[in-house]
Design a protein around this ligand. Structure first.
Ligand code: ATP
Length: 321
C-alpha cells in the first residue's frame, strides 16, 4: 500500500493523538503517503483530507482530545453515506483507512469494509468496552483522572464526616468504576454488569462508621439501574449517614494521556501501519492481550461477547473492609 488515511471518530479519548502520530510517522517511515481526515466519518464524506508530514504531528502526543477533531455522524449511517465515504476514499486513491474510535466507529468501519474498503480499527475510547482487547486507548488516563477526583473528594468529605456517591462514565461497561474503585479504595463499587445490592452497601457503610471511619466512597457507573439520587436517599434513610452526590462528567474525557496510554497508542498505531503494508490485507481490529499487540478480523472483534473481571470486584470488596 502506498496511500493511507487516518481519522478519529465518536467520543474523544486521551491518547488518540499519540495513535495519530504513530500512524503518520510509521507510514512516512515506510515511504507511504498518509492523509489525516478531520471530523471522523463526517469529514470523510465531505472530503476533508489533508496530507500529513512528520511535523503535522509534532507536539500533539502529550495533549488530550484529538488533533483531527471528532464527530458523530448520522448522515454517514445510511447506504448512501457509506457509498459516499467509499467514493471519497476512491477519489483520494486511499488504499487503507485507520479508524480510531469505539464500537460505533468500528461498525462504521465494518460497513465500509463490506463495500470493499480496507479498514484497520484502533480502540480509542475511555470506556474499555471492546471485548477483544484487554485495554482501550484512553481508559488508563480516565481511571487516573477519577482517582485524583476521589482523593480530592475524600479530603473535604472526611472533614465533614459524610459519604459520597461519585458517578463516573460507563453506560454498559463498568470498568472505569471497577479499576478506579479498587485503586481508590472505594467502599462500594456499582457497575451495570451487576445488580445493586443496597443491603450490602448499607452494611459496609455501617461497619465502617462503627469502627470510626470518617468518610466513604460509593462509586457508581452511570449505567447502573439505581440512580445516584435514589442511592443517596436510601442510604441516608437506612444508615443515618449524610451522602453527597458528585457527577464527574466530561473531565474524565480530557487531560494529558498517561505513559501507559501513550505506549498503547504508539504500539497500536504502528501495528496498523504494519498490517496495511501486508499484501491483500483485509479489515482488522488491533488490540492488546497481556503485553502482546494482537489483531482480529474487524467483524470477529465486534462480535466478541464482553465479560467483566469479577476477581477485581471481589478483591475490591476484601480490601476495602
Ligand atoms: P464512544 O465509545 O466513545 O462513544 P463510538 O465510536 O462508539 O465512541 P459512536 O457515536 O457510537 O461512538 O459512533 C461514532 C460514529 O460511527 C457514529 O456517529 C456513526 O457515524 C458511526 N456509526 C455508529 N454506529 C454505526 C453503525 N451501526 N453502522 C455504521 N456506522 C455507525
Amino acid at each position: 500500500m502506498k496511500r493511507i488515511a487516518v481519522l478519529t471518530s465518536g467520543g474523544d479519548a486521551p491518547g488518540m493523538n499519540a495513535a495519530i502520530r504513530a500512524v503518520v510517522r510509521g507510514a512516512l517511515y515506510h515511504d507511504m503517503k498518509v492523509f489525516g481526515i478531520e471530523r471522523g466519518y463526517e469529514g470523510l464524506m465531505n472530503g476533508d483530507f489533508k496530507e500529513m508530514t512528520v511535523s503535522s504531528v509534532s507536539d500533539i502526543m502529550q495533549r488530550g482530545g484529538t488533533a483531527l477533531k471528532t464527530a458523530r455522524s448520522k448522515r454517514f449511517m445510511t447506504p448512501e453515506g457509506f457509498q459516499r465515504a467509499a467514493d471519497m476514499l476512491e477519489n483520494f486513491e486511499i488504499e487503507g483507512l485507520v479508524v480510531i474510535g469505539g464500537d460505533g466507529s468500528y461498525r462504521g468501519g465494518l460497513a465500509l469494509s463490506k463495500i470493499g474498503k480496507t479498514v484497520i480499527g484502533l480502540p480509542g475510547t475511555i470506556d474499555n468496552d471492546l471485548a477483544y482487547t484487554d485495554y482501550t486507548i484512553g481508559f488508563d488516563t480516565a481511571v487516573n483522572t477519577v482517582l485524583s477526583a476521589i482523593g480530592n473528594i475524600r479530603d473535604t468529605s472526611s472533614s465533614h464526616e459524610r459519604g459520597t456517591v461519585i458517578e463516573v462514565m460507563g453506560r454498559n461497561c463498568g470498568d472505569i468504576a471497577l479499576y478506579a474503585g479498587l485503586t481508590g479504595g472505594a467502599e462500594s463499587i456499582l457497575i451495570p454488569e451487576e445488580p445493586v445490592d443496597i443491603n450490602k452497601i448499607c452494611r459496609t457503610l455501617i461497619r465502617g462508621k462503627n469502627r470510626g471511619k470518617m468518610h466513604s466512597v460509593i462509586l457508581r457507573a452511570e449505567g447502573v439501574e439505581m440512580s445516584a439520587e435514589e442511592l443517596a436517599k436510601t442510604i441516608t434513610e437506612r444508615t443515618g449517614i449524610d451522602i453527597k452526590i458528585v457527577v464527574l462528567g466530561y473531565i474524565q474525557r480530557g487531560g494529558s494521556p498517561t505513559a501507559r496510554d501513550r505506549m498503547l497508542a504508539s504500539r497500536m498505531g504502528y501495528k496498523a501501519v504494519e498490517l496495511l503494508l501486508q499484501n491483500g490485507m483485509t479489515s482488522k481490529a488491533v488490540g492488546i492481550k497481556g503485553d502482546e499487540i494482537v489483531y482480529y478480523e474487524l467483524e470477529e472483534a465486534l462480535n466478541m461477547p464482553r465479560t467483566h473481571d469479577k476477581t477485581i470486584m471481589d478483591l475490591a470488596e476484601i480490601l476495602s473492609r
